[in-house]
Every structure is written in C-alpha cells, then in structure tokens.
Design a protein around this ligand. Structure first.
Ligand SMILES: Nc1ncnc2c1ncn2[C@@H]1O[C@H](COP(=O)(O)OP(=O)(O)O)[C@@H](O)[C@H]1O
Ligand SMILES: [Mg+2]
Length: 371
C-alpha cells in the first residue's frame, strides 16, 4: 500500500454498505497526477492540526483538465463516499439547506395532479438517506436543476392540499447537508454561476471548518471527515469570478491547466485505446497551440482534453485527421471566420498543418497495407 492510498481519515469509521458503494473506484485508466499526490499529502499532514486543517479545496482551471476526476480520486484515496452538487444560476437557500415537506394522507394525495402525486410518492417512499433532489434525479431521471424546480413547485402546492390535517413533517436535507453531516467528499461544481448573494453566503457558512448548520429540525455539526472540493473553470471575459468570500474559505488551491503533452498522450491512450503515439503526438501539439492561441487572442472557446479525446477517437475510427480537426476541435472553439483564420495561421506558422498532412498520408498508407 502506497503512502497516499487508501487511508481513512478517521480510522475507526465504519461505512454502511450504501456508503461503500459511493466511494469511487479508480478505473485502470486512472493515472495518479502530481496534483493528486500533493493534495493527499497536504490533507494528511494537517488533518489533526485544528485550525490549520485542510478540508476545503479549490480546483480551478481548464475544462477537461481533470478536476472532477481528481475530486473522485480523493474519494478513493481517503475511502470517503463521493457526492456532488452542480450549481445553477437560480439556486436558492433550500438548495443549500434542504426542504421541509408535510406528509399528507393518501386520500388527499390521490386528488392531486398525477405529476405532483408521483413526485410526492417517490419522496415519501425514499428511506430518507438521500437528499430530495437526489431522489428525484435518480427516480425520475431529472437534472439537478429540474429536480430543484419540482421541489419548489411542491413547496408551493402542498400546503394548499393539506389544510388542517397535517400531522407530520419531514425534512429532506440537501446533498450539501448530507455530505456535511455524514462526512462525505462533496464536489461543488461551478458555484460561480449562483446569482443570489444570500445563497452564496449560506454556502460559504456551510464551509466553515468548525461550523454547524441550523436546520428547521435540528442543528447539525460538520463531520470531521467532510471534505469540500470546489471545481470551477477559470474565468475568462464574460464569466463571473469565484466569490471572494468562498475563495477565502479554501485552504488549498490547484491551478489546473492542460496537462503536459506526455500526460495528454497517456490519458488519450487509456481512454480511447488508440496507441499510435506518433499520431497522438501531432494531435497533442495542435491542441496545445490552439489552446494558447485562443487565450492570447481572447477567443472565448477552449481547446482542451475533451476535444483531444474526441479527435483522437475519430482518427482511431478512420476519420480524416484534418477534416475532424474542424469538427472535433476548431468549431468547438469558434465558428467565427476571422477567429478560425487566426487559429489556422498559428498552426501553419509552426508547420503543424503540414505535419497533419503527413500524418494523413501515413495513415492512408497503413490502411492500404492492411487491406
Ligand atoms: N488522472 C487521470 N487519469 C486518466 N484520465 C483522466 C484523469 N483525469 C481526467 N482524466 C480524463 O479526462 C476527462 C476529463 O476529466 P474531468 O475530470 O471530467 O475534467 P474537468 O472536471 O476538469 O472538466 C475524464 O473523462 C477522464 O477520462
Ligand atoms: Mg468537472
């Protein structure tokens, strides 16, 4: 067992079977990165140092650079259940804390609209282990935002249907509260999009190291194993930066860029199974130049790892490398003719388009020989 691997933060802790299922299992394609090693070391080093404990982490950088996978890797390394919340613009406080719903009689339930009936039934039948939105996401296939919207509609409608016969209320904690109370690893995706300042404040206070959250039903304390990982794409012109107060809550930050070319190739091989390193090398060079050029010229789109994977996969499947460069990479960055010209010029001046032509010829030759 290596130093960073498989260490429980609270050694005496026993996970339930359901919780064990939530611990991420590293696929064989997972490659341990420097960032992963560094964070694990840091968390372990400071785990028992009270106020200096590191339990809120920020991963900021390019889309596809591996932020989510890194958060999941921490779940695997520390044997913590992994869970996430995907933020959206109209999030409100019930998305941060949770919602309280009356349990209404089955006769009244029958009289409600089928959709609302269905949502309520799904909620009532749940074991209270999951958060309300999670239940709706799993049972009804909703996105986080749809589930949250349904909950809010219910909160408006249900009281009118209960009149004076309510006997029991049930509290459905949010995913955040659940992770906080039970000691999970929570990925908070893109909190930059949240519009309401009060919601950001609520999130911020939920990240206090030695904090507690006041629920309508009880006061809960932060579980010592709770780790929050905020992941956000680096802000470019037009997007909001991460709220300063939230930033201030974080005890360790990683700047996540396009990985080195070697790592790009390694990940592409393990992801696509395509092993022609000479071709992958040329494609990686092109992605790197496009990424830089887009940045320097304030072109909004990104050429990142995802484009690289899809492009490599298309080439592996027999597509023309040059043609798919446009469909998998360039048009994803921009469809503006002038910007495309800038990107093409950058590639030409470095001989990369010629390099791509050479790759194309070699691939054709190979294909011919295979026939
Ligand atoms: N450490 C890693 N080892 C192997 N592949 C990785 C690793 N990190 C990320 N990837 C690959 O890159 C893709 C994008 O990573 P992801 O974590 O979703 O990026 P982000 O959250 O930054 O947008 C993943 O689907 C995964 O296949
Ligand atoms: Mg992500």
């Amino acid at each position: 067992m290596k130093n960073y691997e498989e260490c429980m933060l609270t050694p005496t802790r026993k996970l339930t079977d359901v919780e064990k299922e939530l611990v991420w299992k590293k696929p064989i394609s997972h490659k341990v990165s420097e960032e992963e090693l560094r964070i694990c070391k840091e968390i372990k080093r400071n785990w028992n140092s009270g106020e200096l404990k590191i339990a809120n982490i920020l991963l900021e950088g390019d889309a596809g650079s591996g932020k989510t996978q890194l958060a999941k890797a921490l779940s695997a390394n520390f044997r913590l259940p992994y869970t996430k919340v995907t933020c959206f613009a109209d999030m409100d406080k019930s998305d941060i804390i949770g919602a309280i719903l009356p349990v209404i009689s089955s006769e009244r339930l029958e009289k409600m609209e089928p959709l609302e009936q269905n949502v309520l039934k799904v909620l009532y039948e749940s074991d209270g282990f999951q958060s309300a939105t999670e239940i709706l996401m799993n049972e009804l296939g909703d996105t986080q935002e749809q589930a949250s919207l349904k909950m809010k509609q219910l909160l408006k409608i249900v009281p009118q249907n209960t009149e004076d016969e309510v006997i029991e209320y049930r509290f459905y904690p949010s995913e955040i509260v659940r992770a906080y109370q039970k000691g999970y690893l929570l990925e908070i995706q893109e909190p930059t999009v949240i519009r309401d300042a009060a919601v950001l404040m609520a999130l911020n206070s939920a990240l206090e190291l030695d904090g507690s959250i006041n629920l309508p039903t009880e006061i809960i304390r932060r579980h010592p194993d709770f780790i929050a990982v905020i992941t956000t794409n680096r802000s470019y012109a037009g997007t909001r930066p991460l709220n300063e107060a939230l930033r201030d809550r974080v005890q360790h930050t990683e700047k996540m860029d396009l990985p080195t070319k070697e790592i790009m190739i390694e990940r592409a091989i393990s992801k696509t199974g395509y092993e022609d390193e000479k071709v992958l090398d040329v494609l990686a060079d092109i992605i790197i130049v496009l990424d830089k050029t887009a940045r320097v010229n304030a072109i909004k789109g990104v050429a990142g790892m995802r484009s690289y994977f899809y492009w490599a996969d298309a080439v592996a499947g027999g597509a023309s490398a040059k043609e798919s460069l446009y469909h998998k990479v360039i048009y994803k960055i921009t469809t503006d003719s002038e910007e495309i010209k800038l990107l093409e010029d950058a590639l030409k001046s470095r001989g990369l388009l010629a390099g791509l032509d050479k790759v194309e010829i070699e691939l054709k030759k190979k294909e011919y020989l295979m026939r």
